[in-house]
Design a protein around this ligand. Sequence first.
Ligand code: PXG
Length: 261
Amino acid sequence: MLYGDGVFEGIRVYNGKVFLLEEHVDRLYESAAAIRLEIPMTRPDMAAAVRDTVGANGISDGYVRLVVTRGAGTLGLDPKKTANPQIIVIADTISLYPHEMYEQGLKLITASTIRNHPQALSPRIKSLNYLNNILAKVEGSDAGCVEALMMNHLGHVAECTGDNIFIVKNGILSTPSTDSGILEGITRNCVIRLAREAGIEVRETTLIRHDIYVADECFLTGTAAEVIPATSLDGRVIGDGKPGPVTRNLLARFQKLTRGS
Ligand code: PXG
């Protein structure tokens, strides 16, 4: 509560089923382990708590936010002075980006705020400290963009404030590798799997902004966003300025997986 000392997950529910629950629970425990927070519950019990909360709230299509805090203690920084980590399960609905952005694509700007330096706070940890992403998001909204691109400390493309980024160039799908200072998105990994199943070559690599400017297609992935086309960056139109065929193919495959249609 006082220092952002905790971890979280955002999870979707489709047709009454919690989507990729095990992957989210595993990432929650990995984030917790990385900040030396022992969650006083087993992984299967955590998964059951999520399913029970969804059921108790009668949610068939919605969103779950799992939050684990270090628990109450004294005012100092020392986590040893805390006991009883607290687990919060919020079941709610989620509003996606406006429907027309899935058809027309969204515009991005590059934020001047960079992603956390991995040696300060690893971006692999989904911690309760999202200030750098929030500052980047504000830069985006000041420029009229619902998302903003964040670079890493080396000046390479990392990800957006709450979404991972992909480009398509000459039929090959590329996305920043996990060592580019990103959160390893569960939607990202799902889309990589769907693309490979569809016979599309996927590269996890280093990207610079130029790669996005000259890409044929660009899209973002995230639990809330799912798969959403991005059609310009910093005023440069990407490809022909419309969601491309690979993006539309993967969006359709993702929707089929989650909604069966
Ligand atoms: N990068 C970052 C920094 C994230 O926070 C993603 C990528 C996508 O990961 P998943 O596992 O969801 O595919 C996230 C997750 C929001 C919101 O309201 C989004 C996230 C977290 C908190 C809020 O859009 N994104």
